[in-house]
Design a protein around this ligand. Structure first.
Ligand code: C5P
Length: 300
């Protein structure tokens, strides 16, 4: 095989409940992920060494060194297979960088699937998911897609039943937020506070099962939101626009600063997108639907 392109989705966290910090520096989570139709494409081509290039949304902010998640995924896969990592990876970004939508994780998941094909390894999804979990907490979900519950640090997944299609409007900020910084800010804000065991909301699961968008909107929550707003107070204005225009939910996505708005239907999503664009509170507005599939080969 000479070239393989794999498409992987962004995610929103319908719920993100964060527990106390663990001894390994991570936090125990109870989260519900939904993959949405905002995607990155990763093309794997034969090469003498391992290299990466990036174009598209926020490309200038993507590191091209050893910290690049697609490169890390490639090395981990080659190590596991006992081969030299020889390939060029070209990433076309549609997902904002450092936006709380797991764009880097999507690239890592796409790279795993693309290189598994290019190198003819034939690993199954479970084997790829195990490698994915060593790259980042959100990488296994980018492989799986659709809607899923994430426990542990987010990597222990079980599929969630969701009926129908949900309409999302996404407001991108002009610069990213560091995920570790947002988790640290939450710990700081919580100092001395009561910490409960994170658990998935039953009303949220019921709304998903029924395809009930208003019910889902009411049940959505994100413990990281107040930390993201504390570090980036302008986000409060973005969230207000959603409330003003009747969004079923207005919530910071993951560690932010992207804000996700749940709309009632396509027309409502269009109205919300127009209102957000003209309000000037964010850099770019995109519409997406969820759930979307996990990382998969794009047929030529
Ligand atoms: O796993 P990932 O590399 O995406 O995590 C980035 C950082 O986010 C971690 O180093 C940690 O600071 C924070 N994090 C956390 N608890 C999680 C997931 C991430 O504290 N469950």
């Amino acid at each position: 095989m000479s070239t393989v392109t794999v498409r992987a989705p962004a995610k929103v966290n319908l719920q993100l409940s964060v527990g106390a910090p663990r001894s390994d520096g991570f936090h125990d989570l109870a989260t519900v992920f939904q993959a949405v139709s905002l995607v990155d494409d990763v093309t794997a081509l034969p090469g003498d060494h391992l290299t990466v290039s990036v174009e598209g949304e926020g490309a200038d902010d993507v590191p091209l060194d050893e910290t690049n998640l697609a490169l890390r995924a490639a090395r981990a896969l080659a190590d596991c297979a006992g081969i030299e990592p020889r390939a060029h990876l070209h990433v076309h970004k549609g997902i904002p960088v450092a936006g709380g939508m797991a764009g880097g994780s999507a690239d890592a998941a796409a790279a795993l699937v693309a290189l598994d094909h290019l190198w003819g390894l034939g690993l199954d999804r479970q084997q790829l998911a195990e490698i994915a979990a060593t790259i980042g907490s959100d990488v296994p979900f980018a492989l799986m897609g659709h809607t899923a519950i994430g426990l542990g640090r987010g990597e222990r997944l079980s599929p969630a039943l969701a009926r129908g299609r949900f309409e999302w409007v996404l407001a991108f900020a002009s610069s990213g937020l560091s995920t570790p910084a947002v988790y640290s800010e939450l710990d700081r804000l919580r100092e001395g506070g009561i910490q409960v065991e994170p658990r998935v909301s039953e009303s949220l699961m019921a709304a998903l099962l029924a395809g009930d968008a208003p019910g889902l909107g009411k049940a959505m929550s994100n413990d990281l939101q107040r930390a993201a707003v504390s570090l980036r107070p302008q986000l409060a204005m973005t969230l207000e626009v959603g409330d003003e225009y009747g969004a079923l939910a207005s919530l910071v996505s993951g560690s932010g600063p992207t804000v996700a708005f749940l709309a009632g239907d396509e027309e409502h999503a269009l109205d919300l997108a127009v209102a957000l664009t003209s309000s000037g509170v964010c850099r770019t507005v995109r519409r997406a639907t969820g759930p979307a599939p996990g990382a998969k080969v794009v047929e030529p």
